[in-house]
Design a protein around this ligand. Structure first.
Ligand SMILES: Nc1ncnc2c1ncn2[C@@H]1O[C@H](COP(=O)(O)OP(=O)(O)O)[C@@H](O)[C@H]1O
Ligand SMILES: [Mg+2]
Length: 252
């Protein structure tokens, strides 16, 4: 497998907060990798650095041989690196079909002559068939998550970054969305990097997990092994001493 994304020494601070601290990793073509970590660990900030929504204080990102550092988000999309957002951000006042058509007009898309037809194909692929003419405010939360993915897919990415795709979904909706991500990965030679909290979906999908805490990578490897590592357990549920102290506080 060849390196598709190469992040080296990324740092980003907000005032006194070191949101991302010296983060380096390589993503190979074809992998599904999950980024796991408690709230505030720096996961979304890392995505913002990779996709040009924020500028790193230090560090570099290379994607498919191109240097991404300093490029604007639209340039990065045009190199084949697309993302979704933790909070769904559809273009309000536009239908589902129009939302997806915007992505179909990206310069990197090979066949831009028939954006409507392509948009409808993608809408069907993500399971939103029959909803193309709906306004986005009429969609359920689960459907909005699918629309986010459809808009990103429309730009024909090689790497798809998903920021908490299962957030706010019930167990069955999340299971269906996991099946969709699995299918897209298999049939479209997509490499996927996803931020995820939900261990069940993560274990099903990801072959590798990178764990962040306080802006740093604290573990990286096969999910079943990584989630048992003491520093990962401590980041999620605290040390036995923390648990004891919190139990004492509750008692008193
Ligand atoms: N735009 C911003 N301005 C100031 N602080 C921010 C900003 N974005 C994130 N942070 C801070 O950076 C840290 C990491 O946040 P974030 O990357 O959103 O974490 P995660 O996605 O892992 O929950 C948090 O302490 C958060 O409050
Ligand atoms: Mg986040």
């Amino acid at each position: 497998m060849t390196a598709l994304l190469d992040a080296k020494g990324l740092c980003k601070g907000f005032g006194g907060v070191h949101a991302v601290r010296n983060v380096s990793f390589v993503i190979s073509t074809g992998e599904i990798t999950a980024i796991l970590g408690p709230n505030g660990a720096g996961k979304t900030t890392l995505f913002n650095l990779l996709t040009g929504f924020m500028t790193a204080d230090r560090g570099e990102v290379h994607f498919n041989g191109s240097r991404l550092t300093g490029l604007a988000p639209d340039r990065i999309v045009n190199l084949g690196c697309a993302r979704t957002f933790q909070l769904c951000r559809p273009f309000a006042g536009m239908s589902v079909e129009e939302n997806v058509m915007v992505g179909c007009l990206a310069p990197r898309v090979r066949c831009r002559k028939m954006p409507r037809r392509r948009a409808l194909e993608i809408i069907e692929r993500v399971g939103l068939e029959g909803k193309a003419s709906l306004q986005t405010h009429a969609l359920s939360h689960g459907d909005l998550r699918r629309l986010e993915i459809a808009r990103a897919l429309a730009t024909e990415p090689r790497l798809l970054l998903l920021d908490e795709p299962f957030a706010g979904l019930g167990a069955s909706e999340a299971g269906n969305l996991a099946a969709l991500i699995h299918q897209l990965h298999g049939s479209h030679e997509l490499t996927v990097l996803m931020i995820e909290h939900r261990l069940r979906e993560l274990m099903q999908l990801a072959s590798r997990v990178i764990v962040m805490n306080f802006g740093e990578i604290i573990a990286d490897g096969e999910p079943a092994r990584v989630v048992l590592q003491p520093q990962v357990v401590a980041a999620y549920i605290g040390t036995p001493e923390d648990a004891y102290a919190s139990a004492r506080r509750t008692e008193s």
